[in-house]
Ligand binder design. Structure first.
Ligand SMILES: NC(=O)c1ccc[n+]([C@@H]2O[C@H](COP(=O)([O-])OP(=O)(O)OC[C@H]3O[C@@H](n4cnc5c(N)ncnc54)[C@H](O)[C@@H]3O)[C@@H](O)[C@H]2O)c1
Length: 336
């Protein structure tokens, strides 16, 4: 298992760099491909007005690159929409496992710009798949990061992988289409795959402005917190380390092949619970409630029973522990 060659496409993002660091620690032979142009450093340099605290986000991104460099993880800078350039990378790195993360990874941004989202999420996926199916490369496993958004509004308190999918909006529709095209590559070319559905991730060095991050960032910058809806809505908040460990379980076990897994903490909590933990650290939090986004599905718990049974996945970071660890890291980083 060690020394297995792993190529992470879109690997300089939030999930990718955390995953690469852990894989390297476990002695896998890991390389990253990324254009750095979406939700990353080259984009931020040109779009400082798009984030409320651009200098803070820039420092976080620089910290990612520092860690990748320190751990000698190669970062190949190409745009994965370019098929030929990606083929060259496959020839050079000869990956046994390909993990596809490249995307416009934000539902709101995807709805605002469907054209570019298709390009960076779907064109890139097609290029990764088509190279992976090429027999000269011998790819043993193609891992795709889908999303809990594929289910749409949850019809039950706990959703399982085989429950129906009714995506809302561009991001979720592309994720479900991605899952289907991967299955088609398996049917036609026999490319073994694993589809992973995470949810509500939070953790170190994220700049994507999802709730867990926005709240801490706003407080540190003395801005109020805005909650869309009444805060009673629940999400299966998942600490990045649980997801990373779950992906590693999927790499280690052959039972993950040609399967779809929910990989989350496995117990949804109301958004207001984040405020409860934040108040323990910052007693003077100011909160404003606004109208919820109608295109954001009402979600809840994702069952992780299948991942437990087949690939021995066990989440270890309940919200109280994981969010506190993240708050501690953020405070230290901010103060430095
Ligand atoms: N973070 C979450 O909460 C979450 C939840 C569910 C699913 N996902 C999915 O997991 C994946 C990774 O998410 P993330 O949070 O790390 O996102 P991210 O935005 O931090 O990282 C995505 C990376 O892909 C790269 N990329 C995009 N287009 C590219 C292209 N054309 N060529 C090369 N690189 C390109 C970007 O530069 C960026 O570094 C995405 O597919 C996302 O949809 C994320």
């Amino acid at each position: 298992m060690r020394n297995k060659k792993i190529l992470i496409i879109g690997g300089a993002g939030f999930i990718g760099h955390n995953l690469a660091l852990k894989l390297k620690k476990l002695k896998y032979n890991v390389s990253i491909v990324d254009s750095l142009q979406i939700n990353n450093i080259l984009w931020l340099k040109r779009n400082k007005d798009q984030l409320p605290f651009p200098n803070l986000s820039m420092s976080i991104l620089k910290e990612r690159f520092k860690l990748l460099k320190k751990n000698k993880i190669p970062l190949i800078k190409i745009d994965v929409r370019d098929y030929k350039k990606l083929s060259k990378v496959f020839r050079k790195t000869k990956p046994q496992v390909v993990i596809h993360l490249a995307a416009v990874s934000h539902a709101n941004k995807s709805n605002k710009d469907p054209f570019s989202t298709f390009d960076h999420s779907f064109r890139t996926l097609e290029n990764s798949l088509d190279n992976s199916k090429n027999k000269i490369f011998n790819v043993e496993q193609f891992i795709f990061l889908s999303s809990s958004m594929v289910y749409g509004n949850f019809k039950k308190k706990v959703v399982k992988e085989n429950d129906s999918c009714n995506p809302l909006g561009i991001y979720a529709a592309l994720k479900l289409s991605g899952e289907n095209i991967i299955k088609a590559y398996n049917q036609v070319f026999g490319l073994p795959y694993t589809i992973i559905r995470p949810s509500a991730l939070y953790g170190e060095r994220c700049i994507s402005r999802r709730v867990g991050q926005i709240f801490i960032e706003n407080i540190l910058n003395k801005k109020e917190i805005v909650i869309q809806g009444d805060g009673k809505e629940t999400l299966d908040f998942t600490y990045i380390e649980d997801l990373v460990n779950g992906i590693i379980c999927a790499i280690k076990s052959k039972k993950s092949l040609n399967q779809t897994f929910n990989l989350t903490f496995g117990k949804a909590q109301p958004i207001n619970k984040l405020i409860y933990f934040l108040r323990k650290n910052f007693p003077k939090v100011k909160i404003k409630y606004t109208k919820r986004d109608r295109l954001m599905p009402k979600r809840g718990t994702l069952s992780t029973a299948k991942a437990k049974k087949l690939i021995n996945f066990k989440s270890k970071w309940p919200l109280n522990k994981g969010y506190q660890k993240y708050i501690d890291w953020y405070k230290k980083f901010y103060n430095n």
